[in-house]
Design a protein around this ligand. Structure first.
Ligand code: CA
Length: 427
């Protein structure tokens, strides 16, 4: 069914650019990323099927306008500048791109020769982070994940901390070490206790893990001292990316008291290159979990506030085949993005264009839907057996972790592609 607020989402649209069967990137997606072809400058791009389209080149050809009113520099480098004026101009741009890239007899192939000059196969384009992620916050919004961690590290009877059902718990992360998909991740060195009674040691982490997360990227928020309400929040959210919050569990377990995550987290996080807009995901909106107790008024929302996004994690050993070790869904999250953003700003904290807010590990309620090795292998007590017969309690050197995500409805599949990273030995 067509949502008239978002004509670019019309399921009947087809592109004149080839879209392989099962692609995450049909004409209804129109994501935004930052890429470089042949070592040229990085520019804003969109993608149809396996083809990138350089938005700066379309601007230079007079086919699209710059949403930042900056004379085209909005399309150079990271997307932050494009996000300064909020969703209106980006909606207009997405709609214009939909018109240029759709197969429409009325347009009779208009501008296609010009657009072809801006096209390149994805395999020939190097992708960078979509924004600078000037600030990065990581939430902890999956109830099952928080429960599992609480059971393993504290007490099954009091697995959730007393605050957990009352506010979206989070911490400020490190944005400088967020790397584009495909960047290898070196096993970090650090301080940890090999057993609870042992003295601390220094060495390569023995408990390297991933965390399956989805992050949202913001439009310009409000000034310092102002707050964004839950009702306003989605108008400040540009789109979503897949996010792997690499974690060293032994370093984390020893260092986190009393101030929280630090060196067990900030050695690397990996992000998928294409930002799928909240507008493109509108057809997949769904109701989140029932919240009990009812949150305080500033955290209350009306209507469906989450999205049905299927997520999976693949683990490929060195020279081996991929094993799908987790299937989860974004809709499992207890706290919605609107609640996270309202909570983040309720004290007057400002949010800027291009900030990244990650969901926290997304675990469902079945053991095959847990979003980390810590949970899948239950703190090392239930090792996973891979197709090649090897076992995993945590990640080994040479392992590659790939996360994928997509939504599907009415014959339209909208996805993120993937975020991947291979583990290199410590050095
Ligand atoms: Ca995390």
């Amino acid at each position: 069914m067509t949502d008239h607020r978002f004509p670019a989402n019309d399921p009947s649209l087809r592109s004149w650019i080839e879209v392989p069967a099962g692609s995450d990137f049909p004409i209804q997606n129109i994501p935004f990323g930052v890429g470089s072809r042949d070592g040229e400058a990085f520019t804003a791009m969109t993608r149809i099927g396996d083809t990138t389209i350089d938005l700066h080149a379309l601007y230079e050809a007079g086919l699209i306008e710059d949403p930042s009113d900056a004379g085209g520099t909005g399309f150079m480098g990271q997307l932050d500048q494009l996000l300064l004026n909020g969703p209106g101009p980006i909606r207009a741009l997405r709609q214009r791109l939909s018109e240029l890239l759709r197969d429409d007899k009325a347009l009779n192939g208009l501008h296609r020769d010009t657009i072809r000059k801006a096209m390149a196969p994805v395999a020939e384009v190097e992708m960078d982070n979509p924004t600078f992620f000037s600030d990065y916050t990581d939430f902890y919004s999956s109830r099952q994940h928080a429960y599992n961690v609480g059971v393993m590290f504290r007490d099954p009877a009091n697995a959730l901390m007393p605050n957990w059902l009352h506010l979206p718990v989070g911490y400020h992360g490190r944005s400088s070490s967020i790397v584009p998909s495909g960047t290898p991740v070196r096993r970090p060195m650090g301080q940890f206790k090999p057993s609870p009674d042992a003295a601390p040691e220094f060495g390569p982490t023995r408990q390297l893990d991933f965390e399956l997360e989805v992050g949202f990227i913001t439009y310009e928020g409000k000034d310092l001292g102002e707050r964004i309400t839950t009702a306003e929040a989605e108008e400040h959210i540009f789109g979503l990316v897949l996010f792997n919050d690499w974690s060293a569990r032994d370093i984390q377990a020893w260092e986190y008291v009393p101030l929280g995550p630090f060196l067990g987290k900030n050695f690397a996080s990996s992000v998928s290159p294409w930002v799928v807009t909240l507008d493109a995901l509108e057809p997949f909106r769904t109701q989140g979990p029932q919240q009990d107790p009812l949150p305080l008024p500033y955290l209350r929302t009306e209507g469906p506030r989450t999205f049905d996004l299927r997520l999976e994690v693949g683990l490929t050993p060195r020279n081996g085949q991929e094993n799908i070790i987790c299937r989860s869904n974004f809709k499992h999250l207890y706290w919605s993005m609107a609640q996270q953003l309202a909570h983040h700003t309720v004290n007057g904290c400002n949010v800027r264009a291009g900030d990244l807010m990650a969901s926290g590990t997304i675990s469902g309620d079945t053991p095959d839907s847990y979003g980390s090795m810590l949970e899948l292998a239950w703190k090392g007590t239930k090792p996973l057996t891979l197709a090649d017969g090897s076992e995993r309690k945590f990640l080994q050197d040479g392992d590659t972790v790939v996360m994928r995500g997509h939504a599907e409805k009415d014959g339209v599949r909208i996805g993120f592609g993937e975020v991947s990273g291979k583990i290199l030995p410590a050095s």
